[in-house]
Design a protein around this ligand. Structure first.
Ligand SMILES: Nc1ncnc2c1ncn2[C@@H]1O[C@H](COP(=O)(O)OP(=O)(O)OP(=O)(O)O)[C@@H](O)[C@H]1O
Ligand SMILES: O=P(O)(O)O[C@H]1[C@H](OP(=O)(O)O)[C@@H](OP(=O)(O)O)[C@@H](O)[C@@H](O)[C@@H]1OP(=O)(O)O
Ligand SMILES: [Mg+2]
Ligand SMILES: [Mg+2]
Length: 359
C-alpha cells in the first residue's frame, strides 16, 4: 500500500519564508512523509491544498477570514496556531499579563516581569503621578508588537529630558541590569530549548546620572546575521561562554505554563537574570513564530513536531492534537480591549538615528 503523505501549507511573510523554509527542512520533512507547500495569499486559502495542517504568521482581518473559511470547509484541518491566541502577543501589555498569572513553584528561583506602565498620550507621559513606583532608566517600547520594523524600535531613557522624543502609545518598562546576556527560550509543541544571546550592557550608576541626551535608541539587539549565530566562534566573540544558564527544569516549567495559558505551540520568550539577585528571572518579551532557523538542529525539531501533529490527527481526530484552533481563547474584557489596538496607532518612538546604541 502506498505510504500516506501529509500536506502542510505555510503562509509566511517573504523574510520569514526565506529564513524558515530552508531546503534542509523541506527535504527532511519530505523524507518523513510531509510535504511543505507554500500558500498563495493572493488566492483563497480554502481553494488550495488539500492541507492537513496550516502554519502561518500573517497579520490582519483578511487573513483571519481566510482561516475561518478554511476551518469551515476543512473541519479536519489543523491550524497552527489560532489567530485569537496569537493576537495576545501583538500588544506588549497583554503579552506579559499571562506571565503574572502563572503559578510555578521552584525551590530557589523566582520569576516575574519588570515594572511597567502603558502610556497612551503625551499628557500622561509628563505626569509624574503616572510614574509612581517606576524608576529611571526605563526602556520605551511601542505598545503594538505587530512585526513591523517600527514595533521593534526602542529607546533606553535615562531621565525626564529623554521623554520628549517619545511618541505614545508606548510601554515604559524598568531597565534591569542583567550582565548583558539574554536567554531566549524556544518552544515547539512539547520541545523547549534555551539559548544565550547578547543583550544591552548593564547601566552603571554614573551613566544613570550623566547621560547627556537622556535617551539612546536601538532595535533588535539580539539579532545578528544568521551565519554568525550558530557556530562556536559566535559564543566566544560575544563572551557568552562564562554566563551560567538558568536551571533547565525551571525554564521548562515556565515554558509549559505559558504554552498552556496562551494555547500556543510556536513561540519564544526572552528572559533576563536580575543582576541584583542572581536567582530572580524576568520575562521581557514573547514572540510568535520566532527565528527557529537560528536554533541548532531546527529541521529535526520542527519535523518531529509536524509528524506528531499529523499522526495524532490521523489516529484520533483533530481534537486529539489539542489544536482545535477556532476555540477562541478566553480573555477578560481589559485584555480584549488592549489586544484590539490595531492599525497605525502603534506608537512610534520617532528617534534620531544618531542616538543609536553601538554594540
Ligand atoms: N526591562 C528590560 N531590562 C533590560 N533590558 C531589556 C529590557 N527590556 C528589553 N531589554 C533589552 O532590549 C532588547 C529588546 O527588547 P524586546 O525583546 O522587548 O524587543 P523586541 O523588539 O520585541 O525583540 P525581539 O526581536 O526578540 O522580538 C532585549 O533583547 C534586551 O536586550
Ligand atoms: O522572521 P520575523 O520577521 O518574523 O522576525 C522575528 C525574529 O526572527 P528572525 O530572526 O527569523 O527574523 C525573531 O528573532 P528571535 O527571537 O528568534 O531571535 C524575533 O525577533 C521576532 O520578534 C521577529 O518577529 P516579529 O516580531 O518581527 O514578527
Ligand atoms: Mg525580544
Ligand atoms: Mg519581540
Amino acid at each position: 500500500m502506498a505510504e500516506r503523505r501529509f500536506g502542510i501549507g505555510y503562509a509566511l511573510a517573504p523574510k520569514k519564508q526565506q529564513s524558515f523554509i530552508q531546503e534542509s527542512l523541506v527535504n527532511l520533512a519530505r523524507s518523513r512523509g510531509i510535504d511543505l507547500v507554500r500558500i498563495d495569499t493572493e488566492r483563497s486559502l480554502a481553494d488550495q491544498g488539500p492541507f492537513d495542517c496550516v502554519l502561518h504568521k500573517l497579520y490582519g482581518d483578511d487573513w483571519k477570514r481566510e482561516l475561518a473559511e478554511f476551518r469551515v470547509k476543512n473541519p479536519d484541518g489543523v491550524i497552527i496556531d489560532a489567530p485569537e491566541a496569537i493576537e495576545r502577543l501583538h500588544n506588549r501589555i497583554s503579552m506579559l499579563q499571562v506571565v503574572s498569572e502563572l503559578r510555578i513553584e521552584h525551590e530557589s528561583d523566582t520569576f516575574g516581569i519588570p515594572k511597567q506602565i502603558v502610556i497612551y498620550d503625551k499628557e500622561t507621559l509628563f505626569d509624574r503621578q503616572a510614574w509612581e513606583g517606576l524608576k529611571f532608566p526605563v526602556i520605551a517600547k511601542p505598545l503594538v508588537a505587530d512585526g513591523s520594523a517600527k514595533s521593534h524600535k526602542m529607546a533606553l531613557v535615562f531621565n525626564h529630558d529623554g521623554l520628549d522624543n517619545l511618541k505614545p502609545p508606548i510601554v515604559l518598562q524598568e531597565f534591569v541590569n542583567h550582565g548583558g546576556v539574554i536567554f531566549k527560550v524556544y518552544v515547539v509543541g512539547g520541545y523547549v530549548k534555551c539559548v544565550k544571546r547578547k543583550s544591552l550592557p548593564d547601566v552603571s550608576e554614573e551613566e544613570k546620572l550623566g547621560s547627556l541626551d537622556g535617551l539612546m535608541s536601538f532595535s533588535q539587539i539580539s539579532n545578528l546575521a544568521n551565519n554568525e549565530r550558530t557556530d562556536d566562534k559566535y559564543y566566544k566573540m560575544m563572551q557568552l561562554d562564562d554566563t551560567e544558564m538558568p536551571p533547565q527544569s525551571f525554564i521548562t516549567d515556565i515554558a509549559r505554563g505559558l504554552q498552556q495559558a496562551m494555547k500556543l505551540n510556536l513561540f519564544n520568550f526572552d528572559v533576563i537574570r536580575d543582576a541584583r539577585f542572581g536567582n530572580r528571572y524576568l520575562i521581557i518579551d514573547i514572540n510568535y513564530f520566532p527565528g527557529y532557523a537560528k536554533m541548532p538542529g531546527y529541521e529535526t525539531v520542527l519535523t518531529d513536531f509536524f509528524c506528531d501533529i499529523v499522526q495524532k490527527k490521523e489516529k484520533d481526530g483533530v481534537e486529539s492534537t489539542g489544536l482545535d484552533s477556532y476555540e477562541v481563547f478566553s480573555c477578560d474584557d481589559e485584555v480584549r480591549k488592549i489586544v484590539s489596538c490595531d492599525g497605525d496607532d502603534g506608537g512610534d518612538l520617532n528617534l534620531e538615528e544618531e542616538n543609536r546604541i553601538q554594540v
